[in-house]
Design a binder for this molecule. Structure first.
Ligand code: SF4
Length: 471
């Protein structure tokens, strides 16, 4: 930790109401879909989540061994394998592969690892056009924006904003019909697939046993990115390895259900090396780059379980803070509960810049309940808060809890505050004239005062319990 500890801003920006509504409604519907499909399809979904967590943890505990096995299996299948210690090394490796083959345009299927290393801008700087082919990522690229959700990159945009982006980039007159938008993107992207020299992807999983690389998409864009091209480059986080092919059944059963409430994504691709006599189509070359970029340090830390993450986004969908703030508020590639842990850890010596993120949680535990690999996210948030505390970092814009502590630990004072609190119901009309509060009330309605309800409930409950005993 070389940087000087600085106070950091916690979610300093106010999110527009329209954006918050998009994020909230999408998060709520995905969460409901996840619950319905898991409960409908499995008698004990939690047992499956625990099993998935155990498989991932076992893999992490023996990662050296499984990485070596994956490397050997991939090479046996005809792929070239590289390791990149950091983002710089990964970017350079990709550029060298492309430059050696005089490739000046690539198509890219959605990959968070390539977002993490900021590949697009780097390739553009070196004269290589990089076209995003996932619809959401394509729109993000058109707008010069960044994804705000792991699975739904444009969760923060509505269809009117998308239609405007298409119009301003010459992709037809304004039309916010989703079918028209999709058809236009499809027509535009199809020309790009055939004019590029390489397809770049990430990987959802890599089987150490067989070297099979698994890609899941709902749009088929990963297939299109690879089919007409002679070179496939896959950038894969080292934690994406799983021991055996049969383990994939556990993860594939959980991934789509947790992410989108689907039983399976529309396209699930198993890639077993480049084009060969046993495999007549596909790219002639396959290059797999295993990316560390801070993961080794996380593995040695007390937050290693975060590397079990299979990037489903369920914790983002359910998180009350993410639903209010959206992904950009986290100022990093990974947002939401997973990002509040992963982003500061991946930032290495820049930990201080993101050390406020673990505070962006009410610690309600909803993220842990939905996580398909049973990651104890709230425990890690506390560990990271403690790390920031030990480094002497302070967070600006967070009111002190001291007055509340004084009030809550003095019963007589608390009781009086409950009675006085009722006066708040009479205030809103006057408060609307106050600067600051006026802005706040534009976005929210002041709820009616409920103070004292719990005490009344408790008294009633105890009376009933007492009566029960006498009977
Ligand atoms: S932490 Fe768990 S719930 Fe969140 S994205 Fe990762 S796997 Fe999904």
């Amino acid at each position: 930790m070389s940087s000087k500890p600085q106070p950091v801003d916690l979610f300093a920006q106010q999110l527009p109401l329209e954006t918050r509504q998009s994020v909230m409604s999408s998060g709520a519907s995905r969460t409901a879909g996840r619950k319905a499909v898991l409960e409908n399809d499995f008698s004990d979904p939690d047992a499956l989540r625990r099993l998935a967590g155990q498989i991932k943890q076992h893999t992490l505990d023996h990662l050296d061994q499984y990485l070596e096995q994956a490397e050997a299996s991939l090479q046996k299948a005809g792929a070239a394998v590289y390791y990149a210690a950091d983002a710089k090394a990964a970017r350079r490796r990709i550029r060298l592969i492309l430059e050696e083959r005089e490739i000046h345009r690539v198509v890219k299927a959605k990959s968070m690892a390539t977002e993490e290393i900021h590949l697009n801008s780097y390739l553009e700087e070196h004269g290589i056009e990089c076209v995003e082919t996932d619809l959401g990522e394509f729109i993000v690229q058109l707008d010069g924006d960044t994804p705000s959700h792991i699975v739904q990159p444009i969760i923060h945009k509505n269809r009117r904003q998308v239609a405007s982006a298409f119009e301003s980039h010459g992709l037809g007159e304004f039309n916010d019909d989703p079918e028209v938008i999709t058809q236009r993107a499809r027509a535009h992207l199809r020309t790009k697939y055939f004019k590029s020299g390489a397809g770049i992807t990430g990987a959802n999983f890599v089987s150490a046993e067989s070297g099979r690389l698994v890609l899941v998409t709902n749009e088929g864009n990963a297939r299109f990115s690879l089919a007409p091209n002679s070179v496939h480059i896959a950038l894969v986080g080292i934690e994406k390895v799983v021991p055996r092919d049969q383990d994939l059944a556990v993860f594939l059963n959980l991934l789509a259900r947790s992410a989108t409430g689907q039983q399976l994504t529309v396209y699930t691709q198993f890639i077993n090396g480049p084009k060969a006599s046993s495999q007549p189509s596909g790219p002639r070359e396959m290059h797999v780059i295993f990316l560390d970029n801070g993961r080794g340090d996380i593995l040695d830390s007390n937050c290693r379980e975060i590397l079990r993450c299979i990037r489903c986004g369920a914790c983002q969908n359910v998180c009350p803070v993410y639903r209010q703030a959206s992904g950009h508020a986290y100022r990093a590639t990974y947002g939401g509960p997973v990002g509040a842990v992963l982003s500061p850890l991946l930032s290495g010596s820049n930990f201080v810049d993101l050390a406020d993120l673990p505070k962006a949680s009410s610690l309600c535990g909803a993220c842990r309940e939905v996580c398909p690999v049973d990651i104890p996210i709230p425990d890690m948030l506390l560990k990271l808060r403690n790390r920031a505390h030990l480094l002497g970092l302070k967070t600006r814009h967070v009111p002190s809890m001291e007055p509340f502590v004084k009030l809550a630990t003095k019963p007589a004072l608390w009781k009086m505050a409950m009675i006085l609190g009722k006066a708040i119901d009479l205030l809103p009309l006057k408060m609307q004239k106050l600067p600051g509060i006026q802005e706040w009330l534009k976005l929210r309605t002041l709820p009616s005062w409920k103070g004292g309800e719990f005490r009344r409930w408790m008294k009633k409950h105890q009376r009933r319990k007492g009566k029960g005993k006498r009977v």
